[in-house]
Write a protein that binds this ligand. Structure first.
Ligand code: NI
Length: 165
């Protein structure tokens, strides 16, 4: 079991755009397993490779109550999106901050699993929110980007203050 370090906002490395995975090998599988360990230990319900300073399009998610339904999304893409809904979001890279964010309500996404098999899945509610949040990470985007400039500035200040303490 390996616990990886999670980058904390406003770290510039969270802004890097991840590249597509071309080979799913032992290195990928080890990374996915370490990412799941790190997510469960945090504890969190989603983690993007970007957050552990690996700039490849890999996401792990588990929104189940017992934390026993891990999902791995390699090169995920949203193929259908319908409706809009607001949910409260947080992020392991922005600890202690929770805000209402509007996103697509129902989505269908395509991805590759850890064994290299492509799959498609529909999602709504918390899972849909989580997938959009994590795909944003792969594009160097954070949920605070959707907030007003004033709010963003306040959050940044708070995070930098925590860092010094
Ligand atoms: Ni996040």
């Amino acid at each position: 079991m390996a616990d990886l370090d999670i980058l904390i906002f406003p770290d510039d490395r969270l802004r890097r755009v991840a590249t597509a995975v071309t080979d799913i090998d032992d290195k990928t599988r080890t990374l996915v397993s370490d990412m799941l360990d790190t997510m469960y230990a945090a504890p969190g319900i989603g983690l993007a490779a970007t957050q552990v300073d690996v700039h490849e399009r890999i996401v792990v998610i588990d929104v189940s109550e017992k934390g026993n339904e891990p999902l791995t999304l390699i090169n995920p893409e949203i193929v259908v999106a319908e409706g809009r809904a607001q949910h409260e979001e947080g992020c392991l890279s922005i600890p202690g901050i929770y805000e209402q964010i509007e996103r697509d309500e129902h989505i269908k996404f395509a991805a590759i699993d850890v064994d290299g098999n492509p799959y498609e899945m529909e999602a709504e509610g918390l899972l849909a929110v989580c997938i959009q949040h994590e795909i944003d990470h792969l594009d160097g985007k954070l949920f605070v980007d959707y907030l007003s400039t004033l709010k963003q500035r306040r959050i940044k200040k708070k995070m930098l203050k925590h860092e010094k303490e």
